[in-house]
Design a protein around this ligand. Structure first.
Ligand code: AMP
Ligand code: ZN
Length: 141
């Protein structure tokens, strides 16, 4: 999906495609995932079509994460969850299937059989101190 016309989340934001909206602000909208990993599984999207996290303006980013922050406790309470996994698949390599940025809030339950977010990246690489130093320097440059 590349743009507004063929984007299912743009359709939900516009009201053209049915969605169970659970919260909204000027720049972000939250709705239930149609194929949930758990009861209450919610997606939070920018109103404007943006493919990747890095495509968001600072204001759009703030709006998405603020709505996550505002709704996560309500989502957990609504389904009597014990916690939540919060994250987003940024890019196809990370498993992003819908090309409109979306944060997942997935309620978690004691003994639900799921794993921590660490399992998303596969095996841990064996990095030396020098490699870690180089990466830190590259990021903070
Ligand atoms: P991702 O793999 O991070 O791109 O996740 C896409 C999510 O969008 C999946 O969890 C789908 O169940 C969800 N999804 C796809 N179509 C719809 C829709 N029409 N309404 C709500 N959620 C949807
Ligand atoms: Zn879109």
């Amino acid at each position: 999906m590349s743009g507004t016309d063929d984007c299912v989340f743009c359709g939900i934001v516009a009201g053209d495609i049915p969605g169970r909206i659970v919260g909204e602000s000027d720049d972000a909208v939250a709705f239930l995932d149609a194929n949930p990993m758990a009861p209450g599984h919610t997606l939070v999207v920018p109103r404007t079509h943006r493919a990747r996290l890095g495509d968001l303006s600072r204001e759009e980013s703030a709006a998405v994460f603020e709505l996550v922050y505002d709704l996560a406790p309500d989502i957990e309470a609504a389904v009597d969850a014990d916690g939540a996994t919060v994250g987003l698949n940024d890019g196809p390599a990370a498993g992003q299937e819908v090309g409109h940025v979306h944060a997942h809030v997935i309620p978690r339950f004691d003994g639900d059989g799921g794993g921590p977010i660490h399992v998303a990246a596969g095996e841990r690489p064996d990095l030396s101190d020098a490699e870690l130093d180089d990466i830190a320097a590259e990021i903070s440059d």
